[in-house]
Design a binder for this molecule. Structure first.
Ligand code: PEP
Ligand code: MN
Length: 362
């Protein structure tokens, strides 16, 4: 995917000028041999810009493998020597920062479990004051945009010039399809709030499994992310952490080759006009939809007045089930996802109830 030259983000500090950047390497550095062998095979693909490895692993439950610690830093130095590629390591406190700087680590990243803690992020930011090193900050594990932006601001305020963000999804009770639900709208909101900060996607921690990595990577590229961080391992099934989501360097090579990187804007004017016309149609349809929705709410208010004068409850369970069934059938018949239809109807219904309540209770 590196061959595509993009126009919009060339000024960004993270850009290599070869297209979206790719960071890959094991979830954890386990042994010197595993770390070096993974890196060597990644370098052979010619597609990787940074080699990553977790050295200190903040794990959700005690008893899980927590990383080999500082002894992996010389291995990362060897990775650099042997592949010529820069290396990146996760830091979770000021001491990790000092050690990484001592061992010449080229880029740092802050993990999702650290971003949630302003004191820790501030401590890391202070340890980096006066240092010129790129730092990427993952979104917090919970879907809190302000916390992500705030942590990014702490890094910028410490004087760092090269700050980037990583979208790795958000944990969600009962989620099964994703390990961490992507909630793309939050990544888009992050980019809108801080358009100058490069934004990378981490499909490995979003997916938690191999078979969906390509579709999530493709989606990130379609949303014009600046790059990808993907975990890789010489023997993924035997990895000491995150085994289900890691791929071999060769599988990574194939995955990257399958991604289509599209231009953010068309060079060709005729194509652009065609796109503008289609967008015009979308605008028109959106206007109509909004008008219809507003008409629907007007009717909902009338129903509210009727219910008030006849003293009946707002929520009529049988009526609601009827609407949901109709929606599900419609979704299936028209190639729309049932999840979308349920979310849409739920949201319209919530607003209807609010409108009726206002009429009934003043
Ligand atoms: C990791 O990158 O291996 C990691 C622990 O990720 P996250 O902070 O996104 O959970
Ligand atoms: Mn991991």
């Amino acid at each position: 995917m590196q061959d595509i030259k993009r126009t919009s983000k060339l000024q960004s500090w993270i850009s290599t000028g070869r297209g979206p950047i790719l960071i890959s390497g094991p979830c954890s550095a386990e042994t010197e041999e595993q770390t070096l062998e993974t890196a060597r095979r990644l370098a052979l693909t010619g597609k990787v810009d940074y080699i990553r490895a977790g050295v200190w692993k903040p794990r959700t439950r005690p008893g899980s493998f927590e990383g080999v610690g500082v002894k992996a830093l010389p291995w990362m130095q060897k990775v650099k020597e042997q592949t010529g590629l820069p290396v990146t390591v996760e830091v979770a406190n000021a001491n990790h920062v000092d050690l990484c700087l001592e061992f010449g680590i080229d880029m740092l990243w802050i993990g999702a479990r650290t971003t949630v803690n302003p004191f820790t992020v501030q401590e890391i930011a202070e340890a980096l004051r006066g240092v010129d090193i790129p730092v990427l900050i993952k979104n917090p594990i919970n879907a809190d945009l302000a916390l992500w932006l705030g942590s990014t601001e702490r890094l910028i305020q410490s004087g760092l010039k090269r700050v980037g963000a990583i979208h790795r999804g958000f944990s969600n009770l009962g989620e099964t399809y994703y390990r961490n639900r992507p909630q793309w709208q939050l990544a888009i909101a992050f980019r809108n709030a801080m358009p100058e900060i490069p934004l990378i996607c981490d499909p490995s921690h979003i997916c938690g499994r191999r078979d969906t990595l390509l579709s999530v990577s493709q989606k990130a590229m379609d949303l014009d992310f600046d790059g990808l961080m993907l975990e890789s391992h010489i023997d993924p099934d035997k990895a000491w952490s995150d085994a289900e989501q890691q791929v071999t360097p060769e599988a990574l090579d194939e995955l990257i080759a399958s991604i289509i990187v599209r231009e953010p804007k068309l060079e060709d004017e005729q194509g652009q006009t065609q796109l503008d016309l289609l967008r015009e149609q979308i605008n028109h349809i959106d206007d109509e939809l909004l008008n219809l929705l507003s008409n629907r709410m007007q009717v909902a208010r009338e129903i509210g007045r009727f219910k008030k004068s006849n003293n009946i409850t707002i929520l009529q369970k049988a009526r609601w089930n009827e609407i949901m069934d109709k929606g599900a059938h419609y979704a299936n018949a028209h190639g729309l996802s049932e999840a979308f239809m349920i979310a849409y109807l739920q949201s319209v219904h919530d607003e209807s109830i609010t409108q009726q309540e206002r009429v009934m209770n003043g």
